[in-house]
Design a protein around this ligand. Structure first.
Ligand SMILES: Nc1nc2c(c(=O)[nH]1)N[C@H]1C(S)=C(S)[C@@H](COP(=O)(O)O)O[C@H]1N2
Ligand SMILES: [Mo]
Length: 543
């Protein structure tokens, strides 16, 4: 009985030894990643690798389940995997040495591979995971040895009935009368040594690991560079006409504040780029390869553009759409510097983190379309998470085929030759925005009081413009909504209708007509492969 309890207890402490070694591995790797190569964090690199390889349906499931928390959910899952693997490694190291070390070295090798195969890594990026693996293995061996010593001595001091483990060194069974002082002393020493090292290594790992990660995420010198940056005044600014913004409580503002602007990208940590070292390369099917600095972009002269951005993952009625005033330069002028060959039909834009988007060349050279390289958003330099220092914005195309953040290369090419990040993952290579309309208020599912109530929302048809928005209540006649005065055809408009709400449950449907006279598509389509469609119909309860 005592024997079995003792055995269980050692399993438990072996698992703890494994966890401490795993923590030491990660902490040492985080510390050297902070010192040598910021992108060499094992957890983040493995997370990034997982993001890139998981099948599309799974990714959609994750976004649908966890929403904006999908990345946190991924990290929590990885953390759990690390805990389980470390605990198993600890138990293996006690029972079948050196299998625990083998588990740790495999984990180290996998994370090193994930790190060095990321785009744009430093040549020193292998150092942090390798040092982490070595440190973790040393701690694991030391802890397992102390635990073994404790166990051997403890098992010997308990009158043992069963045969000792095959791996334990042969022990001379003491006779119960002659209680071995030496064995008891050994057990105590092994036990004390084990706890002392567990505590020291465990606490240091947590402190060093957490501190390194926090420092690397918050004390971003690039954020202070960004804050200190003053951009030249634009040559032209957007004129917001009277009546462009309706005064209806609950309606989306005409311009989405940066802090509320939706964010969609594959980056687990936001890339931090010093604008001083940033370069844009324009290459591929061009007369001459051109390299531009941040200053070169500013020197072209900035103009202000008002453009609504939309994500292909926006469901009908969804929140993945927002409007901003951008400062930037036309992409066509940038491409002219390199000279585009006539047989090219696509520009593959690349981010520093390896993400790519395929944009039809014609959208970028069209004199009547404001496809821009943006450096500012709503009056401040681009926030880091929205692409600092330079991103693309193209009116009328979904973000994934046009709005590359942390831009570093424009490769002039063809759709035949090159493929963007999302193309092999279930999304179309080309994706114009399906124009749409959304109800903002009354909020779906929330009850309102009977009486006169505005129904209001936004509608967008970037590059074409919204002609009309219509609302139908309880499948009745379509009533024209009042529109705000449009800023331009690239920016959404607000709309409202006054409604005499009677008690009961009502159906509110909305649809838009664009300036080409096309009616918003009624048929529902999922977001993949090229964007959702359908009329939003919401149920509103009136008390
Ligand atoms: N580097 C990079 N740029 C990117 C993405 C990305 O994953 N990586 N996602 C794109 C997608 S899908 C959209 S909808 C827009 C979103 O821009 P926002 O996060 O500033 O709203 O950025 C685009 N640019
Ligand atoms: Mo997107």
């Amino acid at each position: 009985m005592a024997e079995r309890r003792t055995g269980k207890r050692f399993f438990f402490w072996a698992a703890v030894a494994g966890l401490v070694s795993g923590a030491v591995f990660l902490a040492v790797a985080e510390l050297f990643a902070l010192l040598l190569a910021r992108t060499a964090s094992p957890i983040l690199a493995v997370g990034g690798f997982v993001i890139d390889i998981v099948p599309q349906p799974f990714k959609e499931f994750a976004i649908a389940t966890f929403g904006e928390y999908d990345k946190i959910a991924l990290l929590a899952g990885l953390g759990l995997a690390v805990v389980i693997a470390s605990a198993i490694g600890g138990i293996l190291q006690l029972m079948r040495p050196p299998l625990g070390v083998v588990v740790l070295v495999i984990a180290g090798a996998l994370s090193t591979a994930a790190i060095v195969t990321r785009a744009g890594v430093s040549p020193l990026a292998f150092v942090p995971p390798v040092l982490g693996t070595v440190a973790g293995a040393v701690i694991l061996v030391l802890l397992a040895r102390r635990l073994q010593r404790w166990r051997t001595a403890a098992t010997a001091s308990v009158p043992a009935k069963s045969t000792p483990e095959p791996t334990t060194p042969p022990i001379t069974k003491p006779s119960p009368t002659d209680m071995p002082k030496k064995t008891v002393a050994d057990a105590q020493m092994g036990r004390r040594g084990f706890f002392a090292l567990t505590a020291i290594a465990g606490v240091s790992a947590v402190v060093v690991g957490v501190a390194s990660r926090v420092v690397s995420m918050t004390v971003s010198s690039v954020e202070s560079i960004r804050k200190a940056l003053t951009l030249p005044s634009p040559r032209s600014t957007v004129t917001v006409p009277d009546g462009a913004e309706l005064d209806v409580p609950g309606l989306s503002p005409l311009y989405t504040p940066n802090k509320d602007f939706y964010r969609v990208d594959t980056a687990l940590t936001v890339p931090t780029i010093d604008p001083d070292t940033w370069r844009l390369v324009i290459d591929g099917m061009v007369d001459q390869r051109v390299e531009m600095s941040f200053q070169d972009i500013l020197d072209m002269g900035l103009d202000e553009y008002s453009i609504t951005l939309t994500c292909v993952s926006n469901e009908v009625g969804g929140e993945l759409v927002g409007s901003a005033k951008w400062l930037g330069v036309p992409i066509r002028d940038v491409l002219k510097k390199a000279g585009v060959k006539s047989d090219a039909d696509m520009v593959l834009s690349r981010s520093v983190d390896g993400y790519t988007a395929s944009t039809p060349l014609s959208s970028l050279t069209d004199e009547n379309l404001d496809a821009i390289l943006a450096v500012a958003m709503n009056g401040e330099p681009l926030p880091l998470e929205h692409g600092f220092p330079v991103r693309m914005v193209v009116p009328g195309l979904y973000g994934y085929v046009s709005a590359t953040k942390w831009l570093t290369e424009l490769k002039v090419t063809t759709f035949d030759q090159d493929e963007a990040y999302w193309t092999p993952r279930g999304y179309s290579a080309e994706a114009p925005i399906k124009f749409s309309s959304r109800v903002d208020t009354p909020k779906l599912g929330s009850a309102i009081e009977a009486g006169r109530t505005p129904i209001a929302g936004v509608a967008w048809a970037q590059s074409v413009g919204i002609e009309r928005v219509e609302v139908s209540i309880d499948d009745g006649e379509w009533m024209p909504a009042t529109l705000s005065t449009p800023v331009n055809d690239d920016t959404w408009v607000q709309w409202f209708v006054d409604w005499d709400a009677t008690p009961g449950t009502h159906y509110v449907a909305v649809r838009a007509v664009n300036k080409n006279g096309d009616l918003q598509i009624e048929e529902r389509a999922p977001i993949a492969p090229d964007g959702s469609s359908g009329w939003q119909r919401s149920l509103i309860r009136v008390n």
